[in-house]
Design a protein around this ligand. Structure first.
Ligand code: UD1
Length: 434
C-alpha cells in the first residue's frame, strides 16, 4: 500500500496561531444561517485584471482574507494605488513597474500578474511563485503561452523574465494541461495583444467567466469563456463599471459538508447553486437532504451518510479544493468510499492526520484513498499544511469527541474571512488562540 511521506512533521507548537474547537461528539445540532463571502479565486484575478484597465477599477464584496492583503501589497510595490473600505476595493495603476518582488513567493496567485505587467510594460520579472504544499505547481504553461504570443522567456536562479518589447502578438495556444490561473493570466494579457488570440483547452471555471465578464464590461471582445475555446479580439479598453466578486463556491461546498455532518438545519446564504452542480450531486448521492433556493441552500445532516465514489476533476467536475471537506463526510459514511484526487499529487497527505483522529483511510496511491466508515473521531492537536486541509480538520474537529487544536490558523485566514465568528454563530464551540 502507498504511504505518503509526512508533511506535517513540524508538529503542533503551543505558540503558533491556532483554532481551538470542542467537538459535538457526533451530535447534529448546528442551526442557523451562515453567509458565503466573495470568492478568493475570483478576487485575485480581478485584482490582476485591474492593472490593465484605464482609470479606477472598483471591486465590490471583496472578502477580508489575507491573500487579498498580500496581493494588495504586491500591487502597491508595482506602483498601483489601492483604497479599501467596507468590502470595496478601488485600484488604479496609471504607472506600473516591471519587477514583481519577493512577496510573490508566498502567493501562488501572483503568477496572475505576469499577464498584465508584461502586456502593459513589455517586460516582467517574477520569482518562482509559492503557495500551498499540495504538490508540483510549475509555471511551464505560462512560459509556453507567452512564447506563443511572441514573448521571450528566460530564467536566472529562481527569477523568470518575460519580455515582449513590441507588445504581444495574436496567436493560438493549446494548454497541454488544463490550468485555471494560466487561462486567466493569458486571457488578461490577450485583451491587450495586437492580434486575435485563441486559447484552446482552456479552463472553464465560473471564475474565468466572471473575469471575462469584467473585461467585457471594459470593452474587451471575448467569446467562448466557460467553454474550452476562448477567442479574444483586439480592442481599446475603457474604465469599467464596478465588478461584484462572485460568491466563493469552495466556501459553499465546505459549509455543505459541515451541514451534512452536523446540522439540524443550516442555511447557507449568498450561493450560486448553478456553480455547485458537482458538489450538490455528491451531497445527493450521500443522502443529504437539501433545499435549494435561488441564492441559498438549506442542508440537514441525515441519520446515515451513504458511502460513494468521488473523483476530482476540472470544472464542471468536482473541484479539487472541495475534496478535503467531503473527505471528512466520507469518514462518517456507512461503508466503503473511494476518493480519487486527479489534479494535485500531494493533496491526500493531510489524511494521515484524520487517521490519527480515528478515521479509517488507506492511500492506495498518491491519487486514491479508500475510506471505511463510519468511525468516531477523537479530538487532536494538528498543524494544517494548507488552507483546504485546514477546513477539513476544522470539520473533523467539530464532529469529534473532545477538544482539537488546529495550528497554522493563518493558512486558513488566507481564504476564509472571520471563519470562527461565522461558525460560532451556528453553534460551533470555537476560539482563536493568539
Ligand atoms: C487554481 C486555484 C486553486 C485550485 C486549482 C485547481 C486560484 C487562485 N487557485 O490554482 O485554488 O486548487 O486552480 O482547481 O484560482 N500546471 C502545470 N503547469 C503550469 C500550471 C499548472 O503543469 O504552468 C498543473 C498543476 O501542477 C496542476 C494542474 O495544472 O496539476 C492544475 O493546476 P491549476 O489549474 O494551474 O491551479 P492554479 O491555477 O494554480
Amino acid at each position: 500500500m502507498y504511504r505518503a511521506p509526512s508533511v506535517i512533521g513540524i508538529g503542533y507548537n503551543a505558540v503558533m496561531p491556532a483554532f481551538s474547537i470542542t467537538g459535538l461528539a457526533g451530535q447534529k445540532s448546528l442551526a442557523g444561517t451562515i453567509p458565503v463571502y466573495g470568492a478568493k479565486n475570483f478576487v485575485l484575478p480581478a485584482m490582476a485584471a485591474a492593472l490593465i484597465l484605464p482609470g479606477e477599477t472598483v471591486l465590490e464584496q471583496v472578502p477580508e482574507i489575507s491573500d487579498v492583503a498580500v496581493m494588495s501589497d504586491i500591487l502597491r510595490e508595482l506602483g498601483a494605488t489601492l483604497q479599501t473600505a467596507d468590502g470595496v476595493l478601488k485600484i488604479s495603476a496609471p504607472r506600473l513597474a516591471s519587477n514583481i518582488g519577493a512577496s510573490a513567493k508566498s502567493l501562488r496567485a501572483s503568477v496572475l500578474l505576469i499577464g498584465p505587467v508584461l502586456a502593459r510594460t513589455g517586460t516582467v520579472t517574477i520569482p518562482h511563485p509559492g503557495g500551498d504544499l499540495i504538490g508540483e505547481r510549475p509555471i511551464d504553461l505560462f512560459a509556453q503561452g507567452f512564447e506563443r504570443l511572441g514573448a521571450h522567456v528566460s530564467e536566472d536562479g529562481d527569477r523568470y523574465t518575460f519580455s515582449a518589447p513590441h507588445g504581444l502578438s495574436g496567436g493560438e495556444f493549446f494548454f497541454s494541461t488544463v490550468s485555471v490561473t494560466a487561462t486567466e493570466t493569458l486571457l488578461i494579457a490577450a485583451t491587450l495583444a495586437k492580434g486575435t488570440v485563441v486559447l484552446v483547452n482552456a479552463a472553464m471555471e465560473p471564475e474565468i467567466v466572471a473575469l471575462a465578464d469584467m473585461l467585457r464590461a471594459a470593452g474587451a471582445r471575448i467569446e467562448g469563456d466557460g467553454t474550452p475555446v476562448i477567442t479574444v479580439r483586439p480592442v481599446s479598453l475603457v474604465s469599467p463599471p464596478p465588478t461584484t466578486i462572485i460568491p466563493d463556491r469552495i466556501e459553499a461546498a465546505t459549509f455543505l459538508a459541515l451541514g451534512a455532518l452536523a446540522a439540524e438545519s443550516l442555511t447557507i446564504q449568498n450561493v450560486r447553486p448553478d456553480h455547485l452542480a458537482a458538489v450538490l450531486d455528491v451531497c445527493e448521492r450521500m443522502g443529504v437532504p437539501l433545499s435549494i433556493g435561488t441564492d441559498s441552500i438549506t442542508v440537514r445532516a441525515p441519520e446515515r451518510l451513504a458511502p460513494i465514489r468521488v473523483r476530482t476533476h476540472e470544472y464542471p467536475g468536482f473541484a479539487t479544493d472541495a475534496h478535503p471537506p467531503i473527505m471528512v463526510c466520507l469518514t462518517q459514511a456507512d461503508g466503503e468510499s473511494v476518493l480519487i484526487e486527479s489534479i494535485f499529487d500531494g493533496r491526500l497527505k493531510y489524511t494521515e492526520e484524520l487517521v490519527r483522529m480515528g478515521a479509517d483511510i488507506s492511500l492506495m496511491s498518491p491519487h486514491r484513498a479508500r475510506v471505511v466508515g463510519a468511525r468516531a473521531l477523537q479530538g487532536a492537536d494538528i498543524v494544517t499544511p494548507d488552507i483546504r486541509a485546514g477546513l477539513a480538520f476544522m470539520l473533523a474537529a467539530i464532529t469529534a469527541n473532545g477538544t482539537s487544536r488546529i495550528g497554522n490558523a493563518h493558512l486558513i485566514d488566507r481564504g476564509y474571512a472571520r471563519i470562527e465568528e461565522r461558525l460560532r454563530a451556528v453553534g460551533v464551540s470555537i476560539e482563536r488562540e493568539i
